[in-house]
Ligand binder design. Sequence first.
Ligand SMILES: *Cc1c(COP(=O)(O)O)cnc(C)c1O
Length: 360
Amino acid sequence: MTVRVYNFSAGPATMPLEVLERAQSELLDWRGSGMSVMEMSHRSKEFVSIAAEAEARLRSLLGVPDDYAVLFLQGGATGQFAAVPLNLTPAGASAAYVSTGSWSKKAIAEGRKYLDVQVVADEKASNYATVPAEGSLEVPEGAAYLHYTLNETIGGVEFPYVPQVDVPLVTDASSTILSRPLDVSKFGVIYAGAQKNLGPAGLTLVVVRKDLLGQARPETPSVLDWSAMAEADSMLNTPPTLAWYLVGLVLEWVEQQGGLESMAERNRAKAELLYGAIDASDFYSNPVAPAARSWMNVPFLVPDPALEKPFVAQAAEAGLSGLGGHRSVGGMRASLYNAMPLEGVQALVDFMTDFEKQNG
Ligand SMILES: *Cc1c(COP(=O)(O)O)cnc(C)c1O
C-alpha cells in the first residue's frame, strides 16, 4: 500500500495527489498515443498540443494579457537571475534591486556580473523580517528596471503589495506564483521555477511584456534569450517535456479547485491556522513582521536550538516531512504550497501542540 506523508518541503515540493494519479494512469500510454509523454518528440502534434494547452491554462488562470509572452524555459530561477539583465539591458547599464533576503541577494550577486546593481532598499536592519514600506521605493535615474523577490522562500517574507515604479517591474515569483491572484499588467517580467507551486523541477516560467523583447545582448546564450525563445514557442532546443506536461496537469487541477481566488482563500486559511498557533504559544516563534508574513513558507523557532533536531525527527515519524529550516538559517520551516491541504496544516499544528507539552 502506498503511504503518503504530508510533505512540507520548500522545493521540490508536494504535488496534488490527483495529478500524480492522473500522470500514473497516463504514464505508459498517453491518451491512445501508444507512448509515454517522456518518449514523444517535442515536435509531435501530441506534445505540441500538451504544450499549447498548458500555456492556455496558465494564461487564463493568471489572467495574462495578450501583450505578454509566456515562456517555458530551463535553468531555474537562477538562470533568470542572469537572463534578466542580459535580456533587458545593454552592457554598462544599471538596474535597481530590492534586497529582502537570501534569494534577493543571489539575484543581486548574479546581476552584478552584468550590470551596475543599485540596491535601493535593503531590509538588513530588521534581519530581513520586513519588506520596504509601500511607496518608499525610489528608482535612481537611468536604472533600466526594478527587481524584487515577491516571496522570500527561506526568510518567509512576502510582499503584500506590488511596488509602483516608472521602470519595468521584474519579480522572482518562484515560491508564490498561483498562490493567489496577481495583476500581471503591473509587471514587465515575472519568472518562477516550477518546483514550488507549479509542478516538478526542470521547468522555469517566464511571463514577459512583449515590448521588452528584442533587446538581448548579442552574447546572451540562446537558451536564455527570451525573444529567440518566444519566436520558437520555447522550443529553440528540446524543452523539459515531462515537466511541461506535469505543470499542465497541475494547472488543470488548480482550475478544478476554482482558480486563484479559491486557492487564495485556502492558502490564507492554512497560513492563519499555522501563524495563529505560533503566535498563541510562548514556545514557538516567527520573526517576520505580520504584514509581510509569507502564506507559502513559514519559518519558526523553538526556544532551544537543541530541540530542533528532535522536532524534525519526531515530526517525520508522525508523517510530517520536510520541516527542517534551510541549511543557511536552521530552525524549522513549513511550506504550505497550493497542494498542501488544510488537514496537513492541522496535523502539523496538532503535532506542535503535543511537542510543546512534552518539551515546554
Ligand atoms: C527556489 C527559488 C529559487 C531558485 O530556483 P532554482 O530553480 O533552484 O534556480 C530562486 N528564487 C526563489 C524565490 C526560490 O524560491
